[in-house]
Design a protein around this ligand. Structure first.
Ligand SMILES: NC(=O)c1ccc[n+]([C@@H]2O[C@H](COP(=O)([O-])OP(=O)(O)OC[C@H]3O[C@@H](n4cnc5c(N)ncnc54)[C@H](OP(=O)(O)O)[C@@H]3O)[C@@H](O)[C@H]2O)c1
Length: 322
């Protein structure tokens, strides 16, 4: 690569693309561009299919969100087909919450996934305003009843509470775990300071993940949370990985071009980018079987260094050139 042939912006974006590859991050930041290129070439690989959680459990690197399912966005039979198709294609982690559609998301899943419990990794959440008293076990029991399952694979605190409440929250999660109601617990929407506080609490280090927004157009966590999680060997679960309803990236021209070259959808390229490290689980939502099939293509794409470079130029983000 000849730096003189690139504009400052292009060069910065190109380096940022390579440095966002975990296998070539950090340590290479001070090295020459040719070494960066070589390392990025070695790191070019298929999107990881699984992610290992700190408790040793392995789960799918590509799951399915269920925020709007069971609430009339698509006909119920179509949504049921979509979620089952996704599971068949390997998207076996299903993310819901007790508060999605006031429980209707969980009810839908309880019905749609009857007989499929053993094939899935089921995630639900408790709200920040439910943590006092016996609120956490009560919310968990209500979720289990709606989902028609005796246990959750993962239970998350949906959003932060004051850190003075962390010991109580963790104790409640640990009691649920000891009782076999949940197999693991984690948090959502925590920043680095809150993660640090959490790890200081007794049993706080048993937290297995932090679910946060992450996509090509929302790369805020690259500044601090993503490196922090990598350093602490804690996978991130990326919600709104396609940008979410209001900032969907699927119509982007660069994504479409890269997708055409790989014979896959723009959505699959966006998801493969999110999942690229083996330390990030992407949970796109779709109630459409056609979209679900497109999303599952992310498992089989091998993004090339030049794809990362073009994506970094199209979506500069916090570690990019702008
Ligand atoms: N912890 C939290 O605070 C939090 C916050 C937000 C979300 N979440 C979780 O993350 C999940 C996903 O997040 P999200 O729903 O905000 O965003 P998203 O997955 O980035 O986007 C969902 C939107 O993308 C569309 N879509 C999916 N696949 C597509 C494709 N291949 N082509 C075109 N459009 C496609 C969906 O429509 P169709 O249904 O028509 O396909 C839907 O409108 C949620 O379901 C929820 O489980 C968690």
């Amino acid at each position: 690569m000849n730096k003189r042939l690139l504009s400052r912006r292009q060069f910065g974006a190109r380096c940022a693309a390579y440095l966002s590859l975990p296998a070539v991050g950090g340590a290479l930041a001070m090295q020459g561009s040719s070494q960066v290129l070589a390392a990025a070439g070695r790191a070019s690989k298929m999107a990881p299919r699984t992610v290992r959680l700190p408790d040793g459990t392995t789960t799918s690197a590509l799951g399915q969100g269920a925020w709007h399912l069971g609430q009339g966005r698509h006909p119920p039979a179509v949504e049921e087909e979509a979620i089952r198709l996704g599971i068949s294609l390997g998207m076996t982690l299903i993310d819901t919450s007790g508060n999605y559609g006031d429980g209707r998301s969980e009810q839908f899943l309880g019905h749609a996934l009857t007989g499929w419990r053993d094939r899935i990794f089921l995630v639900s959440k408790v709200e920040a305003d439910e943590v006092s008293g016996d609120g956490i076990p009560r919310a968990c029991e209500a979720s289990l009843a709606r989902l028609g399952t005796p246990y959750l694979d993962l239970y998350l605190l949906h959003s932060p509470v004051p850190s003075t409440q962390f010991p109580g929250v963790v104790a409640n999660f640990e009691q649920l775990r000891a009782a076999g109601k949940i197999r693991a617990w984690g948090v959502s929407n925590f920043d680095v300071g809150q993660m640090e506080d959490l790890l200081r609490v007794p049993d706080g280090p048993r937290c297995v993940t932090n679910q946060v927004a992450y996509s090509l157009i929302n790369r805020r966590i690259e500044r601090d949370l993503l490196p922090w999680c990598r350093q602490h060997h804690m996978p991130v679960m990326a919600y709104s990985p396609l940008g979410g309803d209001h900032h969907l990236v699927v119509a982007d021209r660069t994504l479409a071009q890269i997708g055409a070259e790989h014979k896959c959808s723009a959505a699959a390229v966006a998801l493969a980018w999110v999942m690229r490290s083996g330390n990030i689980i992407a949970i796109p939502e779709s109630g459409s079987p056609a979209h679900t099939r497109e999303n599952a293509e992310a498992f089989s794409i091998t993004l090339r260094p030049r794809d990362f470079q073009r994506l970094a130029e199209a979506f500069p983000g916090p570690s990019g050139a702008t």
